[in-house]
Design a protein around this ligand. Structure first.
Ligand SMILES: *Cc1c(COP(=O)(O)O)cnc(C)c1O
Length: 497
C-alpha cells in the first residue's frame, strides 16, 4: 500500500508521517497538516455494504494512517467503538420526513465529537510509542461546548497525558457546562475564559506557536498536542461515518451503486463537512456537500461571494457549538483549491489575521461547485424542531435543526431529489431548554433536569447515561480567566513558573 505523508498548508513541513502529525497537532509554522496525496478506497463501496462500523473504520483509516501497524490500528478501533456507545450500530441512521438523520451522538458525551475523540487518545498514545516519545503530552483544547467534554472523557487518566480545556464563559449550554466542570481525573483541567470561542481558539493557537513556552515545556518534559479538529487525527475518524452511511444506505436499497448521496452538515469549525469532502475525494459517490450555518453565517457568505469576512458581530445562538467566526478547517480547503499552493494560502491566512478577511480567486471558486450553503436563524431553527416533532414524532437538537432547515430549503429551491444524509451532531438532551421551548413555550418555566425528564416523556427515549451522571455530580472546576491569562493558567497547571 502507498505510504501517505503529510505536509503543512503553510509550506513549512513536508514528508511528515501520520503518527508524527497526530502528535504535533498543529504544524510548527501554524499551518494544518494535509495528506500530500489523497488516497483512494481500495475496496469497492458495494463490498462495504452491510459491514460493521468497526470494519469500515479500518478500511478507511488504514488509507490515511499508513505508518500504523494493522494490529495497532485494529486495537485502537476496537477499544474506541465499544460499549461506550449505547448502540452496536455506533452511528444509526434514522429516516424521518423523507431525510436520513445520521445519529452521531451515541457515544459517551452524546455529541458527534465522540466519534473522533473516543479514538484520538488511542491513536496518540500509539503514536507516542511508535516515535519513542517519553515527554508527557499536554492536550490544549478550545471548545465551543462539545469538543471539551468529549476530549476530557477520552483523555481522563490516560497515562502520559494531561488535558486543559478552555471554554467561553457564558457561551455554552447549561448541560454542556455541567458536563465539563464535573469532570474527574487528576490530569484534567477545565477553565472558563472571559471571551468567545474564537478568543479561546486563537489563545490556544498562540500558546502553541510561542517558541519560548515550547522551549520551557521541553526542558520540563512536556510537549503540546491538540484535540481540536485542526489535528488530522480528529479528521480521519470523521471520514469513516460518511463511508459507513453510503454503505449502509446501499445495503438498505436507499441508494443504488454509484448514485449520488447528498450530505448536509451543521457547520462551525468546518471539520465535519471537510471529512465528508475527503470521503468524496477517496471515492465515495457523495453528491452535494451542503454547509449549514446558524446566524453566524460567515461560511454561507463565503460560499455565496468568495469573500471570507469575520468582521461582524459574534452572535450567541441556541446552537452554541456553531458559534464560530474563524473556521479553522477551511484552511485545508483553501489550500487545496489554491492548487496546494502554500504561498497563496499563507497570503490569505495572513489577511485573515490582519484584516479579518480575504477573497478567493475565480479560479478557486470554480472548484467549490460541489458545495452548497444555507443558514437558519433562531426562529427557523426552533420551527424546524417543532415541525419534525409534529410531523414525524422525532425530536432533534438545535444544531441538527439548523441543517434540517437548510436541507428543506435546498430541496425546494433546487428540486434535487437525491437522497440525503443529515449529520445529526448532538442529542437533544444536550440542549434541552432550547429544544423543549421550541416545541412549547410553557417548558421554559421548568428547571434544567425537570426538562430532561419531560423530554424523555415526550420523545420516548430513555435519559442517556451522560445526563444521569451529571444530575448530582459535584463541581470540580471553577477557574475563570481573562483571555490574556490563558498561558499562565497552562503553566500553573503544569507546575512551571
Ligand atoms: C462541533 C459541533 C458542530 C460543528 O462541527 P465542525 O466540525 O466544527 O464544523 C456542530 N454541531 C455540534 C453539536 C457540535 O458539537
Amino acid at each position: 500500500m502507498k505510504e501517505i505523508l503529510y505536509r503543512s498548508t503553510r509550506g513549512g513541513a513536508s514528508g511528515v508521517k501520520a503518527s508524527e502529525a497526530i502528535l504535533q497537532g498543529l504544524a510548527e509554522d501554524g499551518g494544518l497538516f494535509v495528506p500530500e496525496t489523497m488516497p483512494v478506497l481500495d475496496v469497492k463501496i458495494e463490498d462495504l455494504a452491510g459491514k460493521s462500523y468497526q470494519e469500515i473504520a479500518y478500511e478507511v483509516m488504514k488509507l490515511f494512517l499508513t505508518d500504523y501497524m494493522e494490529e495497532d490500528l485494529k486495537y485502537c478501533i476496537s477499544h474506541a467503538y465499544d460499549s461506550k456507545f449505547d448502540t452496536e450500530e455506533i452511528a444509526p441512521i434514522r429516516k424521518a420526513d423523507g431525510a436520513y438523520y445520521l445519529e452521531l451522538f451515541h457515544g459517551s458525551t452524546i455529541a458527534f465529537k465522540d466519534m473522533a475523540l473516543s479514538i484520538l487518545p488511542y491513536l496518540m498514545t500509539t503514536a507516542a510509542r511508535m516515535n519513542h516519545i517519553t515527554d508527557e503530552i499536554v492536550i490544549l483544547t478550545a471548545t465551543s461546548g462539545d469538543t471539551g467534554k468529549a476530549a476530557l472523557a477520552g483523555f481522563a487518566d490516560v497515562p502520559g497525558t494531561r488535558i486543559i480545556v478552555f471554554f467561553p464563559d457564558g457561551g455554552v449550554s447549561p448541560i454542556q457546562k455541567k458536563q465539563m466542570v464535573t469532570q474527574k481525573g487528576a490530569n484534567c483541567k477545565v477553565v472558563a475564559v472571559r471571551g468567545n470561542f474564537d478568543d479561546c481558539q486563537t489563545g490556544v493557537k498562540n500558546i502553541f506557536n510561542d517558541k519560548a513556552v515550547k522551549k520551557e515545556m521541553a526542558e520540563n518534559g512536556f510537549r503540546f498536542s491538540s484535540a481540536n479538529s485542526i489535528n488530522i487525527g480528529r479528521l480521519v475518524p470523521q471520514i469513516v461515518y460518511y463511508v459507513y452511511s453510503y454503505a449502509t444506505l446501499l445495503s438498505r436499497g436507499v441508494v443504488k451503486n454509484g448514485d449520488p448521496l447528498n450530505v448536509v452538515v451543521p457547520t462551525g469549525n468546518f471539520g465535519n463537512i471537510l471529512a465528508a469532502y475527503y470521503a468524496k475525494l477517496i471515492g465515495v459517490p457523495i453528491g452535494k456537500l451542503i454547509c449549514a450555518s446558524n446566524e453566524n453565517k460567515v461560511l454561507f457568505d463565503f460560499f455565496q461571494t468568495g469573500a471570507y469576512d469575520r468582521n461582524r458581530e459574534f452572535m450567541l445562538t441556541s446552537s452554541p457549538s456553531m458559534d464560530i467566526l474563524i473556521s479553522s478547517n477551511l484552511e485545508r480547503l483553501i489550500f487545496r483549491i489554491a492548487g496546494d499552493d502554500a504561498e497563496k494560502n499563507v497570503a490569505m491566512m495572513n489577511a485573515l489575521s490582519k484584516d479579518g478577511r480575504y477573497e478567493i480567486t475565480d479560479e478557486m471558486k470554480v472548484q467549490l461547485s460541489d458545495f452548497r450553503a444555507g443558514f437558519a436563524d433562531e426562529a427557523q431553527t426552533a420551527e424546524e424542531i417543532a415541525a419534525l416533532y409534529r410531523d414525524a414524532d422525532y425530536i432533534i437538537d438545535t444544531h441538527t435543526a439548523v441543517a434540517s432547515h437548510v436541507y428543506r430549503n435546498y430541496c425546494s429551491e433546487t428540486g434535487d431529489t437525491a437522497p440525503a444524509v443529515i449529520a445529526s451532531t448532538a442529542s437533544p438532551y444536550k440542549f434541552t431548554r432550547s429544544v423543549m421551548t421550541a416545541i412549547d413555550k410553557k417548558y421554559d418555566a421548568m428547571g434544567d433536569f425537570e426538562l430532561v425528564d419531560a423530554l424523555s416523556v415526550l420523545s420516548g427515549v430513555a435519559v442517556p447515561r451522560a445526563i444521569e451522571d451529571i444530575r448530582s455530580a459535584e463541581v470540580l472546576h471553577n477557574t475563570v480567566c481573562e483571555i490574556a491569562q490563558m498561558e499562565d493558567v497552562v503553566k500553573a497547571f503544569l507546575g512551571l513558573k
